[in-house]
Design a protein around this ligand. Structure first.
Ligand code: KG4
Ligand code: ZN
Length: 343
């Protein structure tokens, strides 16, 4: 084992990406991600297929992560893995693999909360990187979650508000599906939106409590809007795809920005971070940078590769837990449901 260097292997298998990463003292040496193409033709993640694909991918993905980091498995100090939340069948693959490897190598096991990890991706060490100071507000926006979290310390997080129905990633993906775009549609809406007019069409925003979110009404609104227009012009979507995508995206991002403003007003905290797959969205990234200038916030936007599911965020969370000696017992189990403030 090398002196003074802490090598952590991170393993992520909560949904449909099998990923393994190595960090050394909090810096990422490798971050290998195997996406599962198999779900695209079903228009969403099929849990049984996801779990099977994880089983096929996990050994080569971990092996590649170790090779790319230029270390051997004997250099590892601990193994961090996603304990939850996520799909049970998917989580079990990563959990049992991590447990076996930890027994085999005789090194500690670190069970990681996937939602905390999205936020802790901000603590990956980078040259010229800025990390948010505590306390900060994190808008966690992914395919399964939409939350405003007050982060008081690495592992001290409190949910200030969350969605009462769909997650924002689902709002993107379901809107895309209605438009006939393949899964996951979020990145495609983003891509097409760049060529469209965000004010071309207006969709009504939900009326919910100041820190709560709701996206199911928007989805229905978009469906009715399209049905109506398609009756008059069967080519409506094809002819106006860019404007429709830009308008949908604009509505969603407006909702997110309003909620962050509410959170700032309520907490008086002006350090704002975003995390999760939807934080890859170009408009939310742009709007936050603008808010830095216009509203005097300090904003923290993760590197693109650490927004959607990845194991680097699991490894950095493991690194921070390892420093606290917060090891998991070998009896640790996967948990499909796990809140951001639970371990
Ligand atoms: O965090 P993530 O990879 O997985 C979950 O833990 O859910 O988030 C995936 C979600 C999907 O809904 C995907 O459509 C969305 O993030 N997403 C985007 C963009 N990139 C990924 N949504 C909007 N714009 C993007 N550029
Ligand atoms: Zn995620």
């Amino acid at each position: 084992m090398s002196n003074n260097k802490i090598y952590i292997l991170g393993i992520e298998s909560s949904c449909d990406d099998t990923s393994a990463a190595i960090t050394c003292n909090g810096e990422v040496l490798s971050n290998v991600i195997a996406n599962q193409e198999v779900h695209a033709k079903y228009g969403g993640v099929v849990p049984e297929l996801a779990s099977r694909a994880h089983q096929q991918n996990i050994v080569p993905v971990v092996q590649q992560a170790i090779e790319q980091a230029n270390i051997t498995k004997e250099d590892l100090n601990a193994i961090a893995f996603t304990k939850g939340p996520g799909l049970m069948g998917s989580l079990l693959v990563g959990t049992s693999f991590a447990k076996s490897l930890s027994i085999g190598l005789g090194i500690p096991l670190l069970g990681i909360n996937h939602m905390q990890a999205h936020i802790l991706a901000h603590f990956i060490k980078e040259e010229n990187g800025r990390t948010p100071p505590f306390p900060f507000i994190c808008l966690t926006i992914s395919g399964g979650h939409t939350q405003i979290v007050k982060v008081s310390d690495h592992f001290n997080m409190e949910i200030l508000g969350e969605t009462i129905d769909d997650a924002v990633g689902e709002a993107f993906d379901k809107s895309a599906k209605i438009l006939g775009l393949p899964y996951p549609g979020g990145p495609l809406i983003d891509k097409y939106a760049q060529k469209g007019n965000p004010k071309a069409y207006k969709f009504s925003k939900p009326k919910v409590e100041d820190l709560e979110f709701s996206f199911s009404g928007l989805k229905t609104g978009i469906l009715y809007f399209l049905q109506k227009n398609l009756r008059d012009n069967p080519n409506f979507i094809k002819e106006n795809l860019f404007d429709i995508c830009a308008s949908i995206q604009h509505t969603i991002i407006e909702i997110l920005m309003e909620k962050i403003k509410n959170a700032v007003q309520k907490t008086q905290i002006k350090h704002i971070a975003i995390a999760g797959g939807v934080s890859a969205n170009s408009e939310i990234r742009k709007r936050l940078k603008l808010a830095e200038k216009q509203l005097g916030w300090s904003t923290y936007i993760p590197k693109f590769e650490y927004t959607t599911d990845n194991a680097a965020m699991i490894a950095i969370s493991g690194h921070l837990k390892f420093l606290n000696k917060e090891y998991s017992d070998i009896s640790v189990t996967a948990k499909a449901r796990l809140k951001v403030n639970e371990t």
